[in-house]
Structure formats: C-alpha cells, structure tokens
Design a protein. Structure first.
Length: 385
C-alpha cells in the first residue's frame, strides 16, 4: 500500500508542475511537528495599519529556512514531536531528499506551552516561491497540557490555542506570498479552521483552502451556518474509516473518508493513510463504529451543562495524574487496560471527583446500551460500579 512515505520518495514534480493536493497538505501538517525553535525565524510583530501592512508586503522577506536546516544531529534531542516522533524523524529525511519539498521555505516559528492556562500551541509557515503559502498549525503532542486543552474544548466556546491561531494567521498573512492554504492535523486542523472562520475578511479573502485532517470540531453553537458559508467550497475535511478524533464535537462539513491500513486509534496517524496517485484512497463512508462514537459522544455532551462537563474534565485530569502515566502516550498505548487503571485510580480520589467520574461513565454506558444493546455496554457499567 502506498503511503505518505512512498509519495515523498516517488513524487518528483515540483509545485510549478503539479498544484498542492490533499497529500501535500497532510505532509505539511506533519512537517510543522518539527521543533523549529532554534532553526526558523520567529513570528514578527503584526502590522497594525494599512500603511504598515503595505510596507510588510513590499519589504524584503524575513530570513527563511529550509528542511536541510533541521537536519542537525545536535538538535535532535527535542526536534521530533507528536505522538509518533519516529515517523516525524523519517519524514524529515524524506523531505530533504524530495525534489518537491526540499526547496520549500520555512518561516515564522511560534510555540506556546503554558500548563497554568492549559495551552499548547505551535505553528510554522511554508512557502513555495510566490505561488502559495501554507500556514500550518501543530497537533497535540505527548505532554498532558495539550490533551487537557483538547478536553476543555467540550465546554469552552474558545480555548487559548484557538485565539493564538487566529492571531498568528493575522500576523503572518501580509508577510506571506501567493495564495494562502491553512491547515493542520488533529488539534491543528481545529485551530486552522477556527483561525479561518474568525480572521478578518481581508485575510479570509486570500485563503485558497482550509485543510482539516482528522480534526475535532467545536462546541455546538460556537459557529453558525452563516459563519461556515463564508468559506463555502474552501474547506477540505479528511477522516480515516474508523476515525475517533475527527468524529468528536461539531463540524457540519462533508468528510472525505480515507482508507487507513492501521486499526483503531492508530488510524489517527496520517502516515497510515493510503495514497492513490496525487490524492488519498477514499471510501464511501466511515464505519458504523465511528459514526456511533460520534452520535453517543454528541448525545452525552448535550445531556450536561458546561459546568458539569468541566467537573468531569477536572476529574479525568486528576485520575490521569494519579495513575502515574508519564504522558498521553502511556495512556493511549495502554488501550482498555489504561481505561481500567483510570477507573481504579478514580475510586481513590476525593469523593466528589470519584462520584463525578463514576456517574459520567454510567451515563455513557446507558447511552451505549440504548444504541448497541445491553450486552455490548455491560462492561462499561461494570467498570462504573
């Protein structure tokens, strides 16, 4: 099966010969997972007035980097981020070799991590000559701070990373050439769409496409149909057939379902997605299990007010901290065993947190029972007892 790796090895055409496609977009969303702190020029101060914006557009460009600048062994200790850093490392060396990507210019590194405010944000911009620029937002990596911010999206209309994404897009737009593409994978796709929906009309007018690769949506009601219509025909959403992350929260945009060679949550890794020529291999629809996950999670969230959801999120955070897990990878790789461990730990928390988690799990189990049958949901109920 052909994947992003094979595409990087075999696609020799430049962007002059072949325009940017969904596979290229997915690659840029992984390139932003490289730590550019000591490699890429930082985000400039945003021009404030019309004259300053004009000067920014006409002035010499900020010093740019190439992917070759990342390939320095002394930087490797913290160069590769994300949930599959080994794939990002492999991707870097293929980017160096690729005649399509090796001369891409990289600019405007920005990274903010703040545990107190549950903030995890990262972005870089990629440009090809004067033809196009791709503003890429980083997905969630292993530390828990980013995952807590993801959970906060369930009850907060806006989290700080989303505000930072809009500010970043506004700041770099006047300093980037060509048509604008804005995208990300996972949380990065959520940030990309948020930035495109909330930026100024002046910037939005330049956006050619918004790319959301297996990205969660928004709290219901955060945006109206009129908001989405401002980008009609310019939002491209992809999810794998057994998608989990991309089925969470609300996003009324048609999904392109990609075939993945992986199983379960591992399908979230875009390096497992099948490539067919200049595009992905698409299927007709997500699996029944994936659709059921969306329906159950949506109904569960609608059954609670924001204050209750916040209490559940706080309780989950306490349980994860008490479980001894070092980062999100410990939890994700543990599968069902991690779920059982978190439930066991939750019983030892303070009585309020323990009851909140127990009730939340019972509610989910009851919803699952209505849709799947009592036998299929019985193990959830057993855990909640």
């Amino acid at each position: 099966m052909s994947t992003l790796f094979e595409y990087l090895k075999s696609e020799f055409a430049s962007f002059d010969g072949k325009p940017l496609n969904p596979v290229d977009s997915a690659i840029f969303t992984q390139a932003v997972m490289l730590n550019g702190e000591r490699v890429v020029a930082p985000l400039p101060e945003a021009p404030t007035g019309a004259v300053e914006r004009a000067v920014a557009m006409l002035s010499p460009r900020t010093r740019s980097s190439r992917f070759a600048d990342f390939a320095r062994a002394e930087l490797f200790d913290d160069m590769f981020t994300g949930l599959a850093p080994q794939d990002i490392e492999h991707c870097l060396f293929l980017l160096l070799a690729s005649p399509r990507f090796r001369d891409i210019e990289v600019r405007f590194h920005r990274c903010v991590v703040d545990e107190k405010t549950h903030t995890q944000f990262g972005a870089m911009s990629f440009t090809w000559r004067d033809e196009f620029s791709y503003v890429a937002f980083r997905g969630t990596d292993a530390p828990f701070v980013g995952w807590r911010e993801n959970l906060d999206m369930a009850y907060k209309p806006v989290v700080r990373a989303q505000t930072l994404a809009m500010e970043y897009l506004e700041s770099v737009a006047d300093r980037l050439p060509g048509k604008l593409h804005v995208g990300g994978h996972s949380k990065g796709g959520n940030l990309a769409l948020f930035a495109a929906l909330t930026c100024s009309e002046r910037v939005r007018y330049r956006i050619e496409r918004v790319w959301c690769h297996d990205a969660p949506g928004f709290k219901r009601g955060a945006f109206t149909q009129e908001d989405y219509e401002r980008l009609v025909g310019r939002i491209h959403v992809t999810v794998p057939q057994d998608g989990v992350v991309g089925m969470l929260l609300d996003c009324p945009i048609e999904q392109h379902v990609v075939h993945s060679e992986a199983a379960g949550i591992e399908q979230h890794n875009v390096f497992s997605w099948e490539v067919a020529g200049d595009d992905f291999q698409y299927l007709d629809a997500v699996s029944d299990a994936s659709r059921m996950l969306h329906d159950i999670s949506a109904e569960w969230l609608e059954s609670m007010d924001d204050a209750t959801i916040e209490r559940v999120v706080d309780a989950v955070g306490k349980a994860v901290e008490a479980s001894g897990a070092r980062d999100a990878l410990d939890v994700l790789r543990g599968g069902n065993q991690s779920v059982k461990r978190l439930i066991e730990v939750s019983r030892k928390l303070d009585p309020v947190s323990s009851e909140v988690l127990g009730q939340a799990l019972r509610d989910v189990a009851n919803l699952a029972a209505k849709r799947l049958g009592r036998d299929a949901a019985a193990w959830l109920l057993a855990l909640a007892e």
